[in-house]
Design a protein around this ligand. Sequence first.
Ligand code: SAM
Length: 303
Amino acid sequence: MANPMVKSMQNPGNPEDKTDKTSGSPDLSDYYYFRIIDVIRDNRKIDLTQYKPTFIRRRISIRLRHTGTQTLDRYYKYLLSTPSEVDKLIDELTISVTNFFRDPDVWECLKSVVLPSIFAEKDATRRKNLLFWSAGCATGEEAYSLAILLHELLREDIARYKIRIFATDLDEIAIQRGKEGVYSSESIEGSVFMADLPLEKYFTTYDEEEGLMEVIPQLKSLVVFRKEDLFQTRTMLSVFDMILCRNLLIYIDRERHEEAFEILYRHLARKGFLVLGKNEFLTSQWKGMFEVVDLKCRIFRKR
Ligand SMILES: C[S@@+](CC[C@H](N)C(=O)[O-])C[C@H]1O[C@@H](n2cnc3c(N)ncnc32)[C@H](O)[C@@H]1O
């Protein structure tokens, strides 16, 4: 589907040509807005045109205030001359916020309904491959939460299966952090889901003074991290038993949701599960293609 934002970005024009019809003065804000987006794309290969412009503009204005630049043109020049500001702006977009076992009721449903149903179906058909995809995995907590849950549910039976959790995100730095698998013990212990689990079972001490823990190799070996834009996923050949695509679509222009659901649907196995974020919804066009497993937890099953 054509994205009007991309069109205007490709041809933003000369700023001096853009005249505000009401005041007669040059309207520079769009021009520099798109230049800032270009900087992020060129430096970090992140395509911000798919995000809601109001969201991006709000976040940029926070950086305008922090840097004291106040206007988009001055901020743009500052961004060009201060490479560390690129990271700060991306951080400000806070699109990589995540947690271990975020939304415990969702994980409860995965534990008691979804995963047992996937195991039962595999056993009935004597298939050993368990394939999962955490799309928009941020720094990896979601993928490792799933790996922990699989270990907890399958215990020694885990060796009977060939498990892969693909974890993709367009943020390269987030992916790198996921691969490293080092997290603060507070962020791990902060999850109510982890309360009954001994931390040492799945994490080793990485830096005691800093309170950092590292995911054990048995979990890391289940997860394959890859920098990938959801909208460029055409190369991924696998079909998945479950896709977690949580808290990604809320940032994306509604116009592109149809495209996202088409990609997710295509990559789901027959009767595969799709888990969205708590504030995300299937569009009316896609509702009929899934049955509802748990509406509150936004868990759906491909028909
Ligand atoms: C808020 S985080 C969600 C992390 C995790 N799924 C969760 O729910 O806790 C959203 C992530 O989606 C990623 N993202 C946004 N648009 C994306 C896209 N088009 N392709 C891949 N990842 C994307 C962001 O970089 C960010 O890391």
